[in-house]
Design a binder for this molecule. Structure first.
Ligand SMILES: [Zn+2]
Length: 323
């Protein structure tokens, strides 16, 4: 599965970073999923392979504008591009109310159905073709959620040793069982496919967090993620100057959470615009990286716009491409 950052800046865009947005693709079908949709996310999409016609669902973490002001534009463009398939929006109720109000007041008529799912009302994980998605409530100034995307379709393998031990010879029965079909043998014996199929690996999981000042809340997810994508808006020194008001994270507390939780891959994003690229100036983005690496010994990255990552079936994460 792969994912591409569409925006990595907090609050306001910069010349090199747009506000929050992420495209997630399980690569099992043409469908992909969007998490957060800050202003101009649809412009960012134009520089990727993703199209609004294959977008299956949009997940919004919270109502702050840098995470959802891109919604009306992208919904309108999808309709103008001829979309007819329903589109699901999973979001806090306030975001749903905003979309409904914009549609009403700007006469935004869509040629497809919007399916609204208010995330705070969900008590069970949400099932999609490619993912089972577990929302986790986070700690921010407004209701805010992270989403743990657990892959749905792990390939299954025939347990050949068990088949042989049961005296079932290689042949058409094996093929049927492999395809998940139960079989009745010539001797009248019923073979249940589930008894002979095994999954060779656990499902992969990617946790995409929203804004959050308490990273350890991610530990409440029922499946441990292979990859955590979390905001690190500040370094610790700046966070202390800013004070607790914004309720954001800084590199050290995210790194410590990931280290303690044994997370294999950590990607930081949503950086304050004050962190520039020039490492000779202070503060710079290198300060965030250094602080994170000091407290986290796993595989860590600082996201850039259009960075595309691949998580392979062995659970290894690598940067596929960047602009
Ligand atoms: Zn934000």
């Amino acid at each position: 599965m792969e994912f591409t950052f569409l925006g990595t800046s907090s609050g306001t865009p910069t010349k090199r970073r747009n506000v929050s947005g992420l495209a997630l693709h399980a690569k099992m079908s043409k469908h992909w999923y969007m998490i957060d949709c800050g202003e101009a996310t649809q412009h960012q999409l134009l520089s990727t392979k993703y199209s609004v016609s294959n977008l299956k669902a949009i997940f919004i973490t919270h109502i702050h504008g840098d995470h959802c002001y891109g919604l009306p534009g992208i919904l309108a463009s999808a309709s103008m591009a001829g979309r007819e398939a329903p589109l699901t929006i999973v979001a806090p109720q306030g975001v749903i109310d905003m979309i409904k109000a914009v549609r009403e007041t700007t006469q935004l008529w869509l040629d497809y159905e919007l399916i609204y799912i208010a995330v705070e009302l969900q008590t069970q994980p949400l099932c999609f073709d490619d993912f089972t998605v577990e929302p986790v409530e986070l700690s921010h100034r407004v209701p805010c959620f992270g989403y743990n995307f657990v892959e749905s379709n792990v390939e299954q393998r025939l347990d050949q040793q068990k088949l042989k031990a049961c005296g079932i010879k290689r042949g058409p029965h094996w093929g049927l069982l492999q395809r998940g079909k139960d079989v009745i043998t010539g001797e009248g014996q019923t073979l249940l496919a589930n008894d002979f199929l095994q999954t060779p690996r656990p499902p992969r999981a990617i946790f995409v967090a929203g804004d959050n000042d308490t990273p350890s809340l991610l530990n409440t997810a029922s499946v441990k993620p292979d990859v955590v994508i979390h905001e690190a808006t500040y370094t610790e020194d700046i966070a202390q100057k800013v004070g607790k008001g914004p309720q954001h994270s800084y590199a050290r507390i995210v790194a410590e959470y990931a280290q303690d939780a044994g997370i294999k891959h950590l990607i930081l994003t949503h950086f304050s615009a004050r962190y520039g690229y020039d490492i000779n100036q202070s503060p710079s983005i290198l300060d965030i990286e250094n602080e994170a690496k000091k407290h986290y010994k796993g595989n860590s990255f600082l996201a850039n716009d259009f960075d595309s990552f691949e998580l392979n079936k062995k659970g290894v994460l690598f940067l596929n491409s960047s602009h």
